[in-house]
Design a binder for this molecule. Structure first.
Ligand code: ADP
Ligand code: MG
Length: 593
């Protein structure tokens, strides 16, 4: 037997294990969810690879997860027939942190610390494999990858800085394929080694795992057995003759152990939307995307006709942490299935434009080939049609939030994803009609509460033709600008664009409901009240004054003109019709600084 080799954990792993054990102790049972989700991921990987490499399935074992408990010894074993791990993969996966869930968790923890937050974040993320040490003294992972002839055993103990790997030599423990975890429970946690307890947890946590999960359960059945009647009764009179044996039937309970299917394996998106509760949708969302807050909205639909697919989409309650997310479309937010087989969650704008990349969900298509590749996705007409429908559904869902009775919901949405929609104004001309009604701004008549463009239009004066806006760095400075004076006097509402991206977004929209957006800080602002006679008079009277000022200022200004837009301020600096607005100029300066 080759000896076990000892390896040190990467420093982060030790730190992570400490954190997990110290912060999650009141929520220990999450270990089971994490380990089942790893088993399910391993089965997904195998099923996906087997599409192009059917050899991987040889041995003919089913794709499932089996959990067995040993009450006496306080042991739980979890066995899957998934992709397994090679020796190197054991080192890479269980000795270092390079993996998604855990990496994300650590980053979130760091971000929250940087932001002065506390450690409450833990428990909100998938903490992964190491959560086993919440309840275990010792964990043994025996695993067989189809890529290797040999099976390897990883063994680690709680509070240790190293682990061992050896080859599996016990013929009784050889697996056809996959991974078997043996969990040696801590003394106080041996209660997890009860079949009913495990069954309950599986039902709770893993109802959306799409592979069958079997638990080892004690069962009983009743049976009628024939027994001899008591001979004492029949042998009354001391006769020598053997009495004829009388038979009697009796009911006995026969006990035995067997595997019992413990989860519902039909994917939730295949169920009839009428029969799925909001709680079930939310639970599925939280489990699938490692989220801790319920989504703001969800939408479950089937499309038929040219392209058929089923989907459940969600709008998250908060934007992911990290500022770069708005321009990062690679969010793993959409899980694509083909005929129920998980294909990929690694998209780069194929299914949603980047400004909608915050939408999460699953999409299951019957029309794509199982071995669909990135290239196929990018070229596919089917995918283009799917994308169109998905985008439409996403907008319906967002519109739904905006019409919800609970006003808070849309406020939350806007706070988190308003920027994304503004980016949509710039990047997705085709959907301007869908985006515009969802936009919100402050205005001269609503400085505390955001209004929609519809509200603005409703509030327009009968003779008013345009939608007025003023870009500034804050509501306060917008309010104090001299440009507003005449408009306020005439009781015309002006949108305050105070987010740097607002002005570009509005300029891209150009108009809403056939009303043009007009920047009140540009020259030539026409409020529809021109009086030619009077203008001429004033020009004659003050023309020379203008010339004089222009001479004094020289190149500092393009021109000096008489204007009718002020009421109490003597003068104002305006931008040329075709130039940048003062706000834009400020932004450009900030960018090059
Ligand atoms: P995550 O699941 O987020 O990647 P985990 O800590 O849960 O992080 O798991 C780390 C890695 O260990 C997984 O990405 C996977 O490569 C490997 N792994 C864990 N459990 C199994 C398993 N049952 N079968 C195959 N690989 C596994
Ligand atoms: Mg995991």
């Amino acid at each position: 037997t080759p000896p076990a080799e000892r390896y040190e954990y990467q420093a982060e792993v030790s730190r992570l294990m400490d954190l997990i054990v110290n912060s999650l102790y009141s929520n220990k049972e999450v270990f089971l969810r994490e380990l089942i989700s790893n088993a399910s991921d391993a089965l997904d990987k195998l099923r996906f690879l087997s599409v192009t490499q059917p050899d991987l399935l040889k041995g003919g074992v089913d794709l499932d997860i089996r959990i067995q408990t040993d009450k006496e010894n306080g042991i739980v074993t979890i066995t899957d027939t998934g992709i397994g791990m090679t020796q190197q993969e054991l080192v890479d996966c269980l000795g270092t942190i390079a993996q998604s869930g855990t990496a994300k968790f650590l980053k979130a923890l760091k971000d929250s610390k940087d932001a002065g937050g506390d450690n409450n974040l833990i428990g909100q993320f998938g903490v992964g494999f190491y959560s086993a040490f919440l309840v275990c003294d010792r964990v043994v992972v025996s695993t067989k990858s189809p890529k290797s002839d040999k099976q390897y055993v990883w063994e680690g103990e709680a509070n240790a800085s190293s682990y061992t790997i050896r080859e599996e030599t016990d013929p009784e423990k050889l697996l056809p394929r996959g991974t078997c975890l043996t969990l040696h429970l801590k003394r106080d946690d041996k209660g997890f080694a009860h079949p009913e307890r495990i069954q309950k947890l599986v039902k709770n946590y893993s109802q959306f795992v799409s592979f069958p999960i079997y638990t080892w359960q004690e069962k009983g059945f009743t049976k009628e057995v024939e027994v001899d009647e008591d001979p004492a009764e029949t042998k009354k009179d001391g006769q020598d003759e053997q009495p004829e044996k009388k038979k009697k039937t009796k009911t006995v309970v026969e006990k035995y152990w067997d595997w019992e299917l413990t989860n519902e394996t039909q994917p939730i998106w295949l169920r009839n939307p009428k029969e799925v509760t909001t709680e079930e949708y939310n639970e599925f969302y939280k489990i699938t995307f490692n989220e801790y807050l319920d989504p703001l909205a969800s939408s479950h639909f089937t499309t038929e006709g040219e392209v058929e697919f089923r989907s459940i989409l969600y709008v998250p309650a908060i934007a992911p942490m990290g500022k770069d997310d708005i321009v990062n479309p690679k969010t793993k937010n959409i899980r694509l299935y083909v005929k129920r087989v998980f294909i990929s969650d690694d998209f780069d704008g194929e299914l949603f434009p980047r400004y909608l990349s915050f939408v999460k969900g699953v999409v299951d298509s019957n029309d794509l080939p199982l071995n669909v590749s990135r290239e196929i996705l990018q070229e596919s007409r089917i995918v283009r049609i799917m994308r169109k429908r998905l985008v439409r559904k996403a907008f319906d869902m967002i519109l739904g939030i905006s019409m919800s009775e609970n006003k808070d919901d849309y406020d939350k949405f806007w706070e988190n994803f308003g920027k994304h929609l503004k980016l949509g104004c710039i990047e997705d001309r085709e959907n301007h009609k869908r985006i515009a009604p969802l936009l919100r701004f402050f205005s001269s008549q609503s400085v505390d509460e955001l209004i929609s463009l519809d509200e603005y239009v409703e509030n327009m004066k009968p003779e008013q033709k345009d939608i007025y806006y003023m870009a500034a760095d804050s509501v306060t400075s917008a309010r104090n600008t001299p440009f507003l004076e005449r408009l306020l006097e005439k009781d015309l509402e002006v949108l305050f664009l105070v987010d740097p991206i607002d002005e570009v977004a509005i300029q891209n929209l150009k108009a809403y409901k056939e009303k043009n957006f007009v920047d009140i800080s540009k020259e030539d602002l026409d409020l529809g009240d021109k009086n030619e006679e009077k203008d001429k008079e004033i020009k004659q009277e003050f023309g020379q004054t203008c010339d004089w000022i222009k001479k004094r200022l020289g190149d500092k200004v393009a021109s000096v003109q008489i204007s009718n837009r002020l009421s109490s301020s003597p003068c104002v600096l305006v931008s040329g019709k075709f130039g940048w607005s003062a706000n834009m100029e400020r932004l450009m300066k900030a960018q090059t600084a």
